[in-house]
Write a protein that binds this ligand. Structure first.
Ligand code: ADP
Ligand code: F6P
Length: 323
């Protein structure tokens, strides 16, 4: 069913990621270019429950393309998951005459946008905003490239001290269910081991490798662990217990979610933002917009919520070959 879209809202939801501001800017300016009115919703789905809706114009999004975070703020909204919460959202949308909503977020936010479309017939579009790169229908998500670069830069610095003091380092990166950042930075930094939630890890083999490496004169060892696969302090403690070598650990944490977006994240955000408006104008609702092989790719929201399959085995094998 196609309805005439005159006024849209945009919101950011779930964990923030660098490039979300660039996506908002693109949605707003593309909508205005096409003669639509645009509202901004503060604090994700909570803002639609609690009536936090603001006017957006051309100037509202000036000078934000290079800024990390999201000026609309973001939140996790437990209330939105139940029917009463969603009813309040629909009421707020009606109050403002909003015809469609563009949701920038990760898999949870996509599930919410899917609900709004399937259960409440609200035209929605999802844009992939998460550092975890765990959505289907897009090669990359907005924020993941910046997060990987931030983590990589930190690991390079840790490697300097690790090498100088001949220590083992365990670095914990973000990713509760997704090993994407861990795999990328492990390969990119020349780490010796990577531990991810998607794959069972052979700790005994690692202890043996560390001992053999040491016997051959290897003086530092970098282990990257995704937060959902293990805790850095526990891994470091055990490594020292079993091998007898000194270790330290670092939890990179939320530093990975901040900072100016890389060129790649800004460009992705800008392209999908404009494509979201195109979809709504064409009457394509309940869709997620991504970029695959440098082309805009539109899939059903329900389909996009599932995890991307990355080449985990290839990455892990290569890391071992190059150790
Ligand atoms: P992300 O979008 O980064 O994955 P979350 O998983 O925290 O972050 O989801 C963001 C918000 O999306 C949640 O706080 C909730 O309001 C909504 N949401 C998450 N999962 C669902 C679901 N299964 N159904 C409806 N809404 C959901
Ligand atoms: O989904 C993005 C993400 O950064 C995950 O990688 C991480 O597990 C989670 O959010 C952290 O959430 P919070 O900011 O609530 O600690």
């Amino acid at each position: 069913m196609t309805k005439s879209i005159k006024k849209i809202a945009v919101l950011t939801s779930g964990g923030d990621g660098p490039g979300m501001n660039a996506a908002i800017r693109s949605v707003v300016r593309s909508a205005l270019y096409n003669g639509l009115e645009v509202k901004g919703v503060m604090h994700g789905y909570d803002g639609l429950i609690n009536d936090e809706v603001i006017d957006l114009d051309h100037r509202s999004v000036a000078n934000i393309i290079s800024r990390g975070g999201t000026f609309l703020k973001t939140a996790r909204s437990p209330e939105f998951k139940n029917e009463e919460g969603q009813e309040k959202v629909v009421k707020t949308l009606k109050k403002y005459g909003i015809d469609a909503v563009v949701v920038i977020g990760g898999d949870g936010s996509y599930a919410g946008a899917f609900d709004l479309y399937t259960k409440w017939k609200i035209p929605t579009i999802g844009l992939p905003g998460t550092i975890d790169n765990d959505l289907s229908g897009t090669d990359q998500t907005i924020g993941c490239h910046t997060a990987v670069n931030t983590a990589l830069e930190a690991i390079d610095k840790i490697r300097d001290t690790s090498h100088s003091m001949e220590r083992i380092f365990v670095v914990e990166v973000m990713g509760n269910h997704s090993g994407y950042i861990a795999l990328q930075v492990a390969l990119g930094s020349g780490a010796e081991d990577v531990i991810v939630p998607e794959k069972e890890f052979d700790y005994d083999a690692m202890y043996e490798d560390i001992k053999k490496g040491h016997a051959k004169g290897k003086i530092s060892w970098m282990i990257v662990v995704a937060e959902g696969a293990g805790k850095a302090h526990e891994v470091a403690k055990k490594v020292t217990e079993v091998t007898g070598f000194e270790s330290r650990y670092v939890v990179l944490g939320h530093v990975q979610r901040g900072g100016a977006p890389t060129a790649s994240d800004r460009i992705l955000a800008t392209r999908v933002g404009a494509a979201a408006v195109d979809c709504l104008l064409k009457g394509e609702y309940g869709k997620a917009v991504g970029v695959v092989q440098d082309k805009i790719n539109v899939v059903d929201l329900g389909q996009a919520c599932s995890m991307n399959v990355v080449s985990i085995d290839e990455y892990c094998q290569l890391i071992k070959i190059l150790t």
